[in-house]
Ligand binder design. Structure first.
Ligand SMILES: [Zn+2]
Length: 420
């Protein structure tokens, strides 16, 4: 049992929050709840309690590959990454994901949607770190029937194994993209996911070339239209990027209730584009979320930074400072991401999962009378995040994460073993 005492909520109201059994058990006026006989009390004077962030698209283990391919065109960038991936093993993925989890917790994220190799080791890393993960075998058959048969078997096996995972982890169907996976395998994986109530996670319309090639290969259909024709699109689909969209694509993604993940920093870095159609997608009914993508392209997993960049770029490319208001960008990073992954977090409310961050406002950034979100999103940096809880447990308290030094050391060792 944890009591967060004298906290401030996003509304500006003072409150005590009682955390019990992984949930927000009670929210009452500040100073009104009795100190629990057993458990911890955190004095939250001058601190704001918020829901934690959800990173709706990433490749977590790539934390150990950041910065290795800067200033290169996509093809050369990919080759640089593949060279490292050829040498890595399951331990590398485990420690890379532990490092990702450290960084996520430091920056206020307690749930992520992952797509990477050795998914069961990524899951183990997230579980050991105490954060929520949605992971699954990457389905990428390169249009090869033998590979597809192997993938079907692995998906079945990993799904069975996932039934013994703890409550913070979920198995998903990770279809890589329309340009790396055969039609047969996209159909099979979709059916496999729907029969088991799994999320379907796929890269969609990330680059103009992807759209162009898809139209050539599939009778003029865009990636969104092609996936819809195959019966893939639905509210259980998490589509990463959705950057190059026609009006018809927007309409389809909206009417099917797809979760569309904006990964602004990665899109900017790889020069994939920046005209993400936030307003149109939202109005059409899509669930717009935020992600960072992997650290090889976004370089960090900081969703506070991603919120700021996403909002600034929306305003700039539209020539409209009212594009992507504070409340909208905050919802993308929190409650919308939670909805995409089927979590009941994302809002500070009684009965919801206690996935919370405590923000310290004792700094230059929060002195003005501006709305809290204005100073949080546009002025502060994530070192204002003092403490983080996931499922009602402290993962970071007063900026301290137990075991951090040992994990950094282990990551340095893992890196030294894969150097050519
Ligand atoms: Zn990606």
């Amino acid at each position: 049992m944890i009591l967060l005492r004298n906290a401030t909520l996003l509304s500006g109201a003072g409150a005590d929050l009682l955390i019990d059994g992984g949930k927000i058990a009670k929210i009452a006026p500040a100073g009104s709840l009795p100190i629990p006989q057993f458990g911890e009390v955190m004095n939250c004077d001058g601190k704001v309690v918020l829901p934690t962030f959800v990173n709706a698209h990433t490749h977590a283990a790539m934390t150990l590959m950041r910065g290795i391919c800067e200033d290169r065109v996509l093809e050369s960038w990919l080759h640089g990454i593949w060279e490292v991936e050829d040498r890595m093993d399951q331990d590398f993925v485990y420690i890379g994901t532990r490092i990702a989890a450290l960084e996520m917790v430091r920056t206020g994220t307690t749930a992520f949607n992952d797509q990477y190799w050795y998914a069961n080791h990524a899951q183990q890393a997230a579980a050991d770190a105490g954060i929520r993960a949605t992971v699954g075998r990457v389905v990428l058959d390169n249009f090869d029937a033998k590979e597809a048969a192997m993938l079907r078997e692995t998906c079945e096996r990993m799904y069975e194994e996932s039934r013994s995972w703890g409550p913070l982890s979920a198995f998903a169907a990770n279809i890589h993209s329309v340009y790396t996976v055969s039609e047969e395998m996209i159909r099979w994986t979709t059916e496999f996911a729907r029969k088991r109530g799994l999320r379907i996670h796929i890269h969609v319309a990330e680059t103009a070339t992807e759209v162009e090639n898809c139209r050539k290969a599939h009778g003029g259909l865009s990636p969104v239209e092609y996936l819809d024709a195959l019966g893939v699109l639905g509210p259980d689909v998490i589509a990463a990027h959705c950057l190059h969209l026609s009006d018809h694509d927007v309409e389809l993604l909206g009417s099917r209730g797809v979760s569309c993940v904006h990964n602004i920093n990665s899109n900017l870095k790889l020069a994939s584009g920046y005209r993400f159609r936030f307003r149109e997608l939202k109005e059409a009914g899509a669930n717009v979320c935020l992600g960072t993508d992997g650290c090889a392209s976004s370089n960090n997993l900081d969703l506070l930074e991603a919120m700021k960049t996403a909002a600034l770029v929306q305003k700039a490319w539209r020539g409209d400072p009212t594009a992507m208001p504070l409340e909208d960008v905050f919802a993308c990073a929190t409650v919308n991401g939670a909805k995409a992954l089927g979590l009941d977090s994302g809002v500070v409310e009684e009965g919801r999962s206690a996935d919370l961050m405590v923000v310290d406002t004792d700094s230059t950034y929060f002195l003005s009378d501006a709305p809290f979100l204005a100073n949080f999103i546009y002025s502060a940096h994530s070192d204002c995040i003092d403490s983080v809880l996931c499922n009602g447990e402290f993962l970071m308290r007063g900026r301290r994460i137990p075991g951090e030094k040992a994990l950094l050391e282990r990551a340095r060792k893992a890196l030294s073993t894969i150097r050519p």
